[in-house]
Design a protein around this ligand. Sequence first.
Ligand SMILES: [Zn+2]
Length: 116
Amino acid sequence: MKRFTQNELFELRNHIPISILIEDCLKIPAKISEDHFRFLCPLCSEFQTATNPKTNLARCFRCGKNFNTIDMVMTCEKTTFVETVNILKTYRQKLKQVRHLPGPAEITPKGQEEKK
Ligand SMILES: [Zn+2]
């Protein structure tokens, strides 16, 4: 079985904004309500959710469950841990490339709007 370094896993958990992952990568329905990013919980299909940009965790108040980026992909895509890490690594590369694009063609991820 392929192994990943702690550093790689740390980067995937913390350096991919979870709100962008939810909306852009996983295409989970999401909305901004009362200044909180809310997404459709993949377990109970309710919007009683929030994300915490500081810890980069998404939480469902109904299920009482916290998701990090890896949990979120595994839950939504029903992938194994190794598959999930590979998905996130690919997505992280894509995000890096988007950020390096110069000029007006640059795509602003929606999640950045929460920083106020
Ligand atoms: Zn839930």
